[in-house]
Design a protein around this ligand. Sequence first.
Ligand SMILES: [Zn+2]
Length: 415
Amino acid sequence: MTDHPALLLHGPVVLDPETGTELGDALLVDPDGTVAAVGSRADVMETLPGTDPPPREVRATGYALPGLINMHVHLGLALPGAMSQGWDTEDDAQTVLVMADSAARTLRAGVTTARLVGESRYLDMTLRAAIRRGAVPGPRLFTAGHALCCTGGHGWEADALEADGADGFARATRLQLRAGADLVKVCISGGIAGEHEDIDTPQLTDAELAAVIDTAHAWGKQVTAHAGSSETVRAALALGLDGVEHGYSLDEETIAMMVERGTWYVPTISVSRCRDFFELHEVPQWMIDRALSAGPEHWATLQRAVAAGVRIVMGSDMPPYAPFEGTTATVREMELMQEAGMSAREVLRSATSRAAEWLGAPGLGRLLPGSPADLVLIEDDPSTDVSALRGLRAVVSGGRVVRDDHDELGAWGTT
Ligand SMILES: [Zn+2]
């Protein structure tokens, strides 16, 4: 017998984006925060041994789906302009507080898992540990530590770790692994946020990139690359790169190579069409111009990738909770992916089970027995239109209620 009874969420239709099916209208959650059973109310009650106390039952309506996984997040994002004012970005204490605030907001936006692809001074490891301990609220974090770049390369102003030469990049990679990185992020071409570069500026030699990839792979970690152009991506794929971020301009040949190799793609399509967000944060005009000018080709690239069947996962790059076009950056990113040709189900997969596959975390992104009880509640069925996520009203993480706009989960209790 356990001290605390299990919880039974009864009423919402439980969706499984991986299979595109409805699992039932009852979800039994163990006191340890994992899903014990899912199905009809009678089905899940049958799984309880007679000696257990009856579950505490919570009634709700609408739809429940796995908590979202956002695969391109910077919790300490400080773009030039208003975002980095009033905050000494060199100061660890100030920075980790900004990151913790961002993590809490991310979780409340329904993002129960985030992949971090470039933070500062290993503060992401500190925060990851604090979230795991339950000391501060936040999503489950998978983090790259510092992004890596060449001297003066993309991201250097934002604390990407600069290295040069194959030995330098091997060491930079090992430093991230030593600190506890779950993956490695490397910037192999220019980007939007670098003043002295173009999006298609190649930045690493083959020997440098091979050092990163071979080192990470030897330690069982994947490598994803900030990459803008076809040439840089093709060279990197030949060296064994696992994932591409942004891919502002990828031609058919490059896309075909990604399909053949099973390369992952995180389009972050919002970043080349977010004028309002940039203007709100007063980022420099050159950055806005560069971002928006990449828009049409970035969009065409995403459409090519969708049509060809590239493995796409969702990442916003903007803060996941940032208000954007009437919703959050995360939900808007998903809407844009659907507008670019993905089915609603594929978009939902890209932000749940498919992302979990990249992370090597098979229980995540689904609500099956043994999965963490990470879920969001929404009013309408998102199966044909992901805009239904605009109606997100409650979030549960590891069996704990972290947001409950309508006070409907009150009986869930505070654990
Ligand atoms: Zn980024």
